[in-house]
Design a protein around this ligand. Sequence first.
Ligand code: TYD
Ligand code: MG
Length: 455
Amino acid sequence: MAKARLQFICQNCGAVSPRWQGRCESCGEWNTLVEENTAGGIGGGPGKAAVRGRVVELQALAGETKSPPRIASGIAELDRVTGGGFVRGSAILLGGDPGIGKSTLLLQASAALAARGERVVYISGEEAVAQVRLRAERMGVSAAPVALAAETSVEDILATLEAGKPPALVILDSVQTLWTSTVESAPGTVTQVRASAQAMIRYAKQSGATIILVGHVTKDGQIAGPRVVEHMVDAVLYFEGEGGHHFRILRAVKNRFGATDEIGVFEMTGGGLSQVPNPSELFLGERNAASPGAAVFAGMEGTRPVLVEIQALVAPSPLGTPRRAVVGWDGGRLAMVLAVLESHCGVKLGPHDVYLAVAGGLRINEPAADLAVAAALVSSLSGIALPADCVYFGEVSLSGAVRPVVHAAQRLKEAQKLGFAKAVLPVQSIDKEQGETPGLVGIDQLAGLVASIAA
Ligand code: TYD
Ligand code: MG
C-alpha cells in the first residue's frame, strides 16, 4: 500500500495543493480546498515495471482512416449536435442546470436506441428505478427495453455491465453521485468524480460502449466537480434554457468527432421533449413587430440559419453610471457597438440605461449580430419601429465600417422562406445576382444604417 499522502484539492478547478489555503492559487476561488487522502489514489498503487510501447508512423495509418463507427439515436436534433450519432467507445459529458431536462433527454434517447435493438443501460444515482419508470410512462416510452439500474458504486456498475450482452450505450445520471472504493474521499468531491469518471471512460474504451456522464452545473455556470472531467471526455454537451421558456438548446462545447457550433432545439412539453426542426418559426413566434427596439437578426447556428429577434430598450438613466444589461449576448460586444454608435454615428447613448435581450432564450455568439443590435438600439432610442419585413446582419468594426460575414446567401434564403422581403447587410456580401434582388440594402458604414432608420 502506498504511503498515505495528505493533499488539498480545489473543488472548483481540481488543482492540488500540498497545504491548506483560503484561496485556490490556480482559479482564485475562495474556500474551495478540501483535504483528501489519496492513498493508492488515481494513478497510484504499487509500482509496475515499464513496458516499451508501440510507435506507429502517421503515414502508415493512411489506409486505416475511416469515419468512426457511430450509432445514431434517431433524434435528429441530438444527432446533429453529436455530429451524426454517438461514436462507439467514446465518453460524453452532458452538463446543465438541475431540472433543465437532462434526464428526460437521455431517457428519450435511450428509449429510441433500445427500440431499435441496441442494448442500453440507464444507471440512475439520483432517482429510484420506479421513479425513472414513472417518468418513462409519462413520456410514452415505457415499452422500450431499456435496462434500468439504481447504482452509485463504480465497482457495482462495472459488474452489472459485464453481465449480459455488451451495451451500446450506458447513461450515468449523474457523475456527482458516483464513487469508487479505490479513493477515500466522499462522493461528489473532485477526487471521487475524477476517479469514477476515469474508470467509466476506461470501460467505454475497452468495451466499445458509448457512455454519457450527466453533470449538474452550479449557479455561476460552471460544472461543479465534473468540470475536471471535461478534458477527459471526448465530447462536452450543454443543455440550456431560460427560466420561463419551454425551449431547450443543446450545444456542443467540445467534440473530438464533430463540429462544435451546431445546436439542437427542443421544446419541453407534458410528454417529454419534442424536437423543433424549424427554430426560426419558434423564436419569431411571439414577436410584436410594431414596437420600436426590435430587430430580426438572420443568424447561423452551425450549418443551420436561425432567425431571432433582438430586443433593445434604451431609457434615460436616473443613475450616475447608467445600467447595461444583456441577456443572450456578449456584454463586451454591446459596449463596443454602443461606443461605435456614439463616436462614429453621433448617437448619444451615454446617459441612457441600455437593456438588450435575445428573444426565446437563445444565446448568440456571432459578431454578425452587431448590425441587428445597432438597429434595435437606434430604433429604441428614436422610438421608430423598424420595418416588420426586414432582417439585419453584419459585423461592425471599431472604425464604424460594416464587414462582410459568411453564409449571406443562406441567411437570406431562410429570411425569404419566412416571409421577409427586405434585408440590410454588408455591401460586400451582396454578390452580382443577389444585387438585382429588390429589398437588399447593402451598407459599408454603420452611419448609413442610422441615417436610414431616422429617415
Ligand atoms: P429532468 O430531466 O429531471 O431534469 P434534470 O435531469 O436536468 O435535472 O427534468 C425535470 C423537469 O422537466 C421538471 O421540472 C419537469 C419537466 N418535465 C416536463 O415538463 N415534462 C415531462 O414530460 C418531463 C419528464 C419533465
Ligand atoms: Mg436528472
